[in-house]
Design a protein around this ligand. Sequence first.
Ligand code: HEM
Length: 453
Amino acid sequence: MLDKDAHDSPTGPKGKIITGHTKEFQSDTIGFLTRLAKEYGDVAKLRLGPFQNVYLISDPDLIKQILVTKQKSFLKSKDFDSLKPLIGEGLITSDKDFHMRQRRLIQPSFKKTHISNYAQDMIDITKEYISTWKNGEERIITEDTMSLALGIVSKTMFSTELKDGYNLIGEPIDEVMKVAVKRMRNLFQLPLWIPTKSNREYKKVLERLDTVIYSIIEGRREDAKSHEDMLGILMEARDEVDGLGMSDRQVRDEVMTIFLAGHDTTATLLSWTLYLLSQNPEVEAKLFHEIDTVIGNRTPTPDDFMKLTYTQNIIWESLRIYPPLYVISRKAAEDVSIGNYHFKKGEMFLLSSYVMHHNPEYFDQPESFIPERFENNYLKTIPPFAYFPFGGGPRVCIGNHFALMEAVLVLACIAQQYRIKLAPDHHEVKPLPLLTLRPKSGLRMIVEERNNG
Ligand code: HEM
C-alpha cells in the first residue's frame, strides 16, 4: 500500500518532550483539534506520550481513503481497550476477519423491516415516559434523554422479559459506563486485576450485569419458541459462510456493545437537539407546524417518520453542529501512503466529524443552526466525508437508521405535547468531550405544555 511518489511531510506544533500534546488534547480536545486543522491544514502532526505519532486528518478525500478505499491498512486504535471488560470482543473492539464475521451476523438485526418494528416501541416508551411530565416543571433533560434511550434499547433488545428493563440492566450499565469512561481518559490506569477500590466496584457491577444477561440468554436457549426482538435475531443468526451462530459469550459481548454504542449517542443527540431548538424559535415554530400538520392530535406512528422531512433535517443539522461521536481513530496496520503522505505502521489517525462539520468551506455560517441547509440534497453537492456523523466504509455505524428513526420519533412525540425552554438561570452551555460530546454539567430545562388544540 505504499506509493513511491508520496513525499509531503505533515507539520504540527512543537510538543513537550515526554508527554507531547497530551495535556492540550485532554484539557480542550475540541478547541485543540479545531486550531490544529486551521493552522496545519489537511494533515496535522501531533504526539501523545513520548513515542505515539498521531495525525489529525481534515480533508474529505483523505478521510475517505482511511475509512473506505484503503481501510484494510488500518485497525481500530486501542482507545476502546479499557472498555473490553464491558464489551469484550464485540463489533466496536474487533478487527479483520472476526469483525467481518460478526458484522455479517449482526447486520440482519438492523434491517429496515426490523427497525420499523422497533419504531413502535420507540413511540410507546416515549409517550409513556413523557406522560408524567408536569406543565412548567424544571427537568434535567440530559438525564431524561439518557433514560429514554436506555429504555428504548432495552425494550428492542429484550422485549418482554424485561418489564423492569432499565432498572435491572440500565442501572448497572450506567454505573459501569461511568467507570469505563474515566478509565478511557486515564492514560496510566491500573489493570483490573489490581484490587483497588474502584476496580473492585467496577468488577462487582460487571458481574451483576453478566448474571442478568446470561440468565436471559440461557432461558432463551432452553425455550424453543423464537423471539422477534433484537436478542432473538442475534441468537438465531447463522453465518452465510460457515453456517454457525454466536456463542453465549459472543451474544453477551454484542448485546453490551449495542447498549454502549446505542444509548449514549442517541441520548446526546436528543439533548443537543432540544437545546438548539430552545435557542432558535423560528426553527422551533417550523417544527411545531410540521408536527401539527402531519400528526395533529393523534398518536404518532412509525409511518410518520418518512413524512416528517423538516424534523429529519433538524436531526441532521444537530448531528452537524454537535456530532455525538466527534472523533474516530485508527492505527496504521502497515506502512501506508494516503494522498501525498507516507505513514508508518503503528502511527495513529484522528478523523474529526466536529472539525469537518464546522468548516466554512463546506457549511456556510457553520455555527448557526439552519436545518434548511439539508434541503434539495445538499449533501450531494459537497464531497463525501465533509459530513460523516456515522463514520463510513465497512465500519459505518450499524445503528444509523435505528438512531435516526429514534431521534425523529422521540422528538415528534415530545414536540407534539411540549415546548422545552432552557431554565432562566442556566449556566453557559458548552460541549464536554467524553466518550460522546455531551453538554457540560447537563441541561436543566422547563417543559411547557403546548396548547395545540
Ligand atoms: C446519534 C446516534 C449515533 C451516532 C452519532 C453514532 C455514530 C457512530 C460512528 C461515528 C461509528 C463509527 C466508529 C468508527 O468507525 O470508529 C459508529 C459505530 C457503531 N455504532 Fe453507532 N452511532 C449512533 C447510534 C447507534 C445506535 C442506536 C446503535 C445500535 C443500536 C449503534 C451501534 C454502533 C455499532 C455496533 C458500531 C460499531 C460498528 C463496527 O465497527 O462495525 N450506534 N457509530
